[in-house]
Write a protein that binds this ligand. Sequence first.
Ligand code: ZN
Length: 295
Amino acid sequence: MNKLIITITFLTLFPFLPVQADENQILVEQECKRIGDKLGSVNVNDCLAINLVATDGRSVKGAPILLKEYPPLPSRSPLGKVLLIGGIHGDEYSSVSIIFKWMRILDEYHSGLFHWNIIPLLNPDGLLRKDSQRMNENDVDLNRNFPMEDWENTALKYWVDKTDKNPRRYPGKAALSEPESSWLAEYINEFNPDVIVAVHAPHGIVDYDGPRNGPYKLGRLYLNLLGTYPGSLGNYAGIQREIPVVTIELPYAGIMPTRSEISSIWRDMVKWLSENITEEAYIESLDKNQVAAPS
Ligand SMILES: [Zn+2]
């Protein structure tokens, strides 16, 4: 008991220190249980088998933001760093479940081609409540809470003028006012990814923001540039920071794609990443395709 009190006091005083191994285990077990209970297509034991870690990121209600790293392997240097994110919106169930399916693929086949960091659920409070909701616990749409120049006259004004104060699109009282989005912005600085892939639903398309061109097609999802919303991750990371942001919009929030479609999106994504993850990879792929083309 005393040990627990000391640990809690220690974590309160030093929240940025890495969570101790046993503490991590307890947090991950709790979260896997909650996620498995909520999502029919995520099994608690499968979640535990992935060996996620609890980052120092916490939701409004104190739930840990979980992460899985697939680091570079000694056998090859990776083409680049990919940050893959699901569950930015808490009612888009398939966007979380598909990340768990893809982590199982990586658990088996991680070849060191990329250095992956994967956040299956950025908005645990939005998902893990009785009635799941798009927004976080403060009713903020995390995908409108990212910084941009003159935020009040852009993101906030857009919400007032263009969405008629739609509560599902509320960007918050200030940029990065929310613990989940401010943690992610810090984490992007720390990891410094070459590409970000964010999964959403239910528009059934691929969207893209950033330098170079987006993937024309991933599985049965075709590129359809929706335009960027002020305060969105695509706007912040893709346009302002010039980190390519691929947004995968699955066709249904509550129904998973078929097993073959899940693999097909994954294969197409890996192929696109390998040809576009960095400027060098892009140039190399152009050269390669030119050599391969019949003269
Ligand atoms: Zn979404």
